[in-house]
Design a binder for this molecule. Sequence first.
Ligand code: FAD
Length: 361
Amino acid sequence: GEQKPQINVMVLGAGVIGLTIAHVLTADANEGRFKVSVIARDLPEDINSQAFASPWAGANWSPMFHADERRFRWEKRTVEKLREMIPAGLAMDLPSRLYFDYPVTEEALYCDGIAKDLHLSNVSFAEHPEVQALVELNTVSINPHTYLPALKAEIEKRGVIFRRHRAASLDEICQMAGEGGVVVNATGLGARSLAGVQDTKVYPIRGQTILVHAPGAKHFIAKYEASPKPEVLYMIPRPAPSGEALVGGTFQPGNWDLSVDWNTAENILENAKKLIPELSTPSVYIKHHNVGLRPGRDGGPRVETEICVWPKKSTLAPGLPQPREKRTLVLHAYGFGGAGYQQSWGAAEEAVDLLKQALTT
Ligand code: FAD
């Protein structure tokens, strides 16, 4: 058969979303149709960079009550994919205990086809009178510090090139991709500041956490409160052999502060110890205090295609001859808030489907 020319794709962003989209684009099913480069200010090995969200996640799947069919579909698919990675050690089966300070029903948990072994009980604890329901279920967790480099290594084997670069504008990357090329905008919180995107619906949701050495911690534990507060209680154990668990934390919309607040740190640990006795055993110690910013977006994630016309006249000095307008297809995929990992595979597959549709029209 005749070989079609490859389509040049520039993925802007190397967080979990950019990497997963690059992975899907280079899957066998696409038969080498896309030639993919990843361009990013922060790369997967930059696990201490606070300039992107992905290193700071737990990360696990947990019910988040976005009453939205699209996100439910993404999560169902993602959990299926993550479970496939358990034998390779990249993901771990995660028994979970969710405590609610309000009554819940199984339907309200929207876990159908995602969580396994769901069991709901209406409990009362003498020491936690506020707790009204306990939900036990089984989900999955990953360690971003091993998962991101593993994704990168896998797509590098498929010929994906990585380049560290901070883009000033969408035009700049469209120019790199050229006419007939594609740009994937997976810049997370960066979509707010990237000229040509300037999405003011994007905002940070600050998450302060504590990474502990706690090999005895086997369960995801979380407390769900009827009236959301800036402090939320959870602990996410990470796959062996790390022996680590992430204890949280805060959920502070609009807060850009990247520094550790020591009062908050104290509260996090104090609250967590009340509900999680494993944290009071002598072998537990603190490894890091962390702050990461989740890429929130009013109305939820933006996953859609758009035609970018470039160069924008406003970027050129007036009076100079204007170059011919060019067009490049852009696939936006950002604004995943606190759920970027748990939606990554489903969202990336849908994004690539949208891209293929746009390429045929
Ligand atoms: P990011 O990881 O922020 O990546 C953005 C990329 O774009 C980076 O490479 C950055 O350098 C690049 N970029 C941006 N602007 C530019 C530019 N101008 N030029 C070049 N490059 C640019 N999610 C879960 O699913 N489960 C969890 O348990 C979970 N727990 C979390 C706990 C905490 C404390 C935090 C902070 C987050 C948590 N999350 C969790 C959310 C998750 O981390 C994010 O949703 C996810 O990482 C977003 O990925 P992303 O690829 O969209 O963005």
